[in-house]
Design a protein around this ligand. Structure first.
Ligand code: GDP
Ligand code: MG
Ligand code: ZN
Length: 293
């Protein structure tokens, strides 16, 4: 039986890709009985009925599984933030980074709409880029409008399943369109959609770009830290984690403990203050979270 990859799920059909061909498949009845839902990104064994239709017979073991968007085997999350409109927020970026780190998905930071900045604003964003790079992240500055940074982004897509995550309006669809001319994904250009510019991205689909597969989704539906325990938060900040090697006490949460490597690193200017402040805010949020039963 042939093996392929589900690249699209729509109205009960799974579209399985193999050797340049898309086969429209139904799930085998046994999936429903066992409450197994094939996901986009699944590697599957299928049976072709004819050249266009078939059945998914078996789902290969998953490396991971996102709930929203529902995608399996995600290698990388491309966190798309605009330099402006909406304005760049390190708070929101750090929130996304924590969630991605917690899910053990490789992040890549992409800052769009660089063409809209003046020199001062540009310098500010470049400064952030430098700081996030020294925290250990890849950062790419782009403009879909002016074709900036796209060639730098492409190699990162190769042989991976990437999920584009980010607020509505930051330019995710525009970026994909620019990366693959002819794609023509709808963008939130309100003027051309009679004001119905929102939620233009609906079903989950993987698109082939730069020798990789990419999902254009609205990203995380919830940005809450429901699963994260206070002790785990440091590990979602690789730069804090590194600095915490110098904490005197095991289990140091870097709040009021003495001889804290993280606080030292902030004082010595090794760690940006805002990263540490976001850590403290998130820690507080996690501690105040209502217990789950
Ligand atoms: N000037 C400029 N505008 C952009 C850029 N990327 C996206 N936009 C605009 O930002 C708006 C939202 O873009 P869209 O791709 O729909 O964002 P999405 O909601 O993240 O998919 C649209 O009006 C785009 O034309 C860019 O690089 N430069
Ligand atoms: Mg979009
Ligand atoms: Zn500490």
């Amino acid at each position: 039986m042939p093996e392929g990859k589900i690249v699209k799920a729509l109205s009960g059909f799974y579209y399985v890709y193999r050797d340049g061909v898309l086969i429209q498949c139904r799930g085998r009845g046994v999936f429903r009985k066992n409450k197994i839902t094939p996901l986009v990104g699944d590697n599957v064994i299928f049976q072709a009925e004819n050249e266009t239709d078939g059945y998914v017979l078996e789902i290969k073991e998953r490396k991971n599984e996102l709930v929203r968007p529902p995608i399996a085997n995600v290698d990388q999350s491309i966190l798309v933030f605009s330099a402006t409109e909406p304005g760049f927020s390190t708070t929101l970026l750090d929130r996304f980074l924590v969630l991605v780190e917690f899910n053990h998905i490789q992040p890549l930071i992409c800052i769009t709409k660089m063409d809209l900045l003046n020199e001062d604003e540009k310098q500010k964003i470049e400064q952030y880029a430098t700081e996030y790079k020294s925290a250990g992240y890849d950062v790419i500055l782009t403009s879909s409008e002016k074709d900036v940074g796209l060639e730098l982004l492409k190699p990162h897509l190769q042989n991976k399943i990437s999920v584009f995550a980010g607020q509505s309006g930051v330019g995710k669809s525009s970026l994909l369109n620019a990366l693959r001319p002819g794609l023509e994904l709808k963008t939130n250009d309100i003027s051309s959609h009679l004001g119905r510019g929102k939620h233009t991205t609906r079903h989950v689909e993987l698109i082939e770009i730069g020798n990789g597969l990419v999902a254009d989704t609205p990203g995380f539906s919830s940005l809450e830290f429901l699963e994260i325990d206070p002790e785990q938060l440091t590990f979602c900040f690789p730069d804090l984690e590194k600095a915490s090697e110098n904490c005197k006490f095991r289990g140091c949460l870097h709040v009021k403990e003495p001889k804290c490597g993280v606080k030292d690193a902030v004082e010595n200017g090794i760690l940006p203050k805002y990263r540490y402040e976001h850590y403290l805010d998130f820690l507080q949020e996690i501690k105040e979270r209502k217990p789950r039963y």
